[in-house]
Design a binder for this molecule. Structure first.
Ligand code: GTP
Length: 542
């Protein structure tokens, strides 16, 4: 805001100051410029030049003074002065003839400081010079326009007229409306017009450099002085155009606008206190509008960002999370989602779908394998009957049904007779095949009336559901009957597998062990009763 404000002020001041210079030229400075022009015309009077060449020639003097007196009325101050180099005489005329009756006032003396201006102007060959100088002899302070009397390269003297300084100073105070200071300086920066008269550098031409009151010394710091000096150089190269620079004056940051006025070889410098002239508070309305606009823009930006980026990414994140938690939910995209995000989500969906398919096929396979392993863990690999572990699960289930639903069951213990002898005689492989045929035989007998298991070695167990004394006895009878025993042909031999069978029916307060032991004991009772009469093969009659 500061930069903006200052830009506005600077460009405004530049325009204002340019206009003002033109205006000042017309109004304030035009009398001065006019006096300078008149002084130049005055210095060119032929009779004056002729007299100046021979200052002691009385006739030439009379002729010249007649012409200068005729000219005097054209000067605003109705006065003029003539200083002749030839005899160092100083003439002054303001319409009042001195008692001597001669316009001669005194003789200039190069040794006198008050007369130094005369010799300096000629030495410096300043064709035109404006000078604020007290006239000690006459006791007045005037703004003098000094012009050289020349005859070709030869300098014959200095003429000019004075203007009342107070008129200019009054006009400057009038003009000082928006400015903190208006300063007119000569070509080297000596202050010629200033509201504070004590700052005016009187008779600057005759002073030593260190004694001059320069505008630059008014400034607070070296940097400001250098900036103003550079601006003077710049302004001189662009006459009548305002050049600006920021400086510190009286502890305040000010904008100095400098313009060079070639007609009088002066600079006009106007200082303005920027902060005071246009404080930032003036911009508070603008600031408020800017702030509200900024907030609105941010809200719109946030909304768009949310719609285009944040929301779709959030959806994507939720979807990824759901994927990790195995409850996949496809991301829902609004039509505002950015094209890049849509592309990203689309790619994510493709990948996640294939991942899900792969995962579900893997899971199915794992489940299948687990089931197979579970089944295998409960099965006897040789006979494919339930093994001890699988059968125990059934025993638990049957016991539970007994306790909860009073479903009775019977347990039948079946042991192959003399199986060792089969093994020993026909070999282990043959023994395996006998066990397999026994298993098939038992399954066939039991059917869906119960479960069959290989308890270990050549020992099998049967669980008979909804059993009664009768059904248990009937099955036991069937198993014990040697005529119905399974026969396996190995080579020329038919091997008949006969069984020792013991059974028990669940009784009140029985544990499964009780039932098991009763059946086991019954089986052993039978085994001991029939041993060792059962034949190994039907043909051998062993
Ligand atoms: N071929 C084969 N033999 C087995 C298997 N498991 C156990 N056996 C054998 O079965 C035989 C069982 O012997 P015993 O317990 O004495 O049974 P048995 O010879 O029928 O004697 P009794 O029960 O008194 O009639 C042992 O020789 C075991 O090595 C098997 O999976 N396959």
């Amino acid at each position: 805001m500061r930069v903006l404000a200052e830009d506005i002020i600077v460009s405004w001041i530049e325009r204002y100051a340019e206009k003002q210079v033109l205006y000042d030229k017309e109004r304030t400075l035009s009398p001065l410029i006019q006096q300078v022009n008149l002084s130049e015309e005055f210095a060119n009077l032929d009779s004056l030049k002729a007299w100046a060449k021979q200052p002691d020639d009385v006739q030439l003097k009379q002729k010249a003074l007649a012409d200068t007196e005729a000219f005097r009325g054209r000067f605003a101050d109705d006065s003029y002065f003539i200083g002749l180099k030839g005899n160092n005489h100083y003439y002054y005329s303001d319409g009042v003839l001195p008692p001597s009756g001669d316009l001669y006032r005194y003789t200039l003396d190069s040794a006198k400081a008050s007369d130094d201006w005369f010799y300096q102007i000629m030495a410096a060959k300043l064709d035109m010079h404006l000078n604020v100088n007290p006239d000690v002899e006459l006791g007045v302070i005037k703004l003098w326009s000094d012009v050289l009397i020349r005859d070709g390269d030869a300098i014959l003297g200095v003429v000019g007229t004075g203007l009342d300084l107070s008129v200019f100073l009054a006009q400057m105070v009038e003009k000082q409306d928006i400015y903190s200071a208006i300063v007119f300086t000569n070509y080297e920066g000596s202050i010629q017009l200033h509201k504070k008269q004590e700052l005016i550098d009187y008779a600057t031409i005759t002073k030593q450099a260190q004694d001059k009151k320069l505008i630059f010394s008014l400034l607070d710091d070296i940097e400001s002085r250098e900036r103003l000096q550079n601006t003077f150089v710049l302004a001189k190269s662009h006459p009548n155009h305002v050049k600006t620079t920021a400086v510190y004056l009286n502890g305040v940051r000010q904008l100095a606008s400098v313009v060079y006025i070639p007609e009088i070889d002066w600079f006009q410098t106007n200082f303005i206190d920027i902060d005071n002239f246009l404080p930032l508070t003036e911009f508070s309305g603008l600031l408020l509008i800017f702030f509200v606009s900024l907030v609105c823009a941010l809200i719109v930006f946030y909304g768009l960002l949310t719609l285009i980026v944040t929301k779709p990414l959030e959806e994507l994140s939720l979807s990824i999370q759901s994927l990790g938690e195995k409850r996949y939910r496809a991301p829902l995209l609004s039509c505002f989602a950015g094209p890049e995000i849509k592309r990203l989500v689309h790619q994510y969906e493709t990948i996640s779908r294939s991942l899900l398919e792969h995962q579900s096929s893997l899971e199915a396979k794992v489940e299948e394998r687990t089931e197979a392993l579970n089944r295998l863990a409960k099965l006897d690999p040789l006979t494919e009957l339930y093994n001890r572990r699988g059968f125990e699960l059934f025993m638990e289930e049957y016991m539970q049904n007994w306790h909860e639903k009073r479903q009775s069951f019977g347990l039948i213990n079946v042991d192959v007779n003399r199986f060792k002898a089969i093994n020993d005689h026909y070999g282990h492989a043959a023994g395996d095949r006998v066990l397999q045929s026994v298993a098939a035989h038992l399954l066939n007998l039991v059917g869906d009336q119960g479960e069959v298991a290989r308890w270990g070695g050549d020992e099998f167990l049967i669980l008979l559901k909804h059993a009664t004394d009768h059904s248990v006895a009937q099955l036991t009878q069937q198993l014990s009957c040697h005529d119905d025993a399974p026969v396996l042909t190995i080579g020329d031999d038919d091997i008949k597998a006969t069984f020792s069978v013991g059974s028990a029916l669940i009784q009140e307060n029985d544990t499964i062990d009780d039932v098991f032991h009763r059946a086991d004991s019954a089986m052993y009772a039978m085994k001991f009763s029939i041993m060792p009469v059962s034949p190994l093969t039907s043909r051998q009659g062993i």
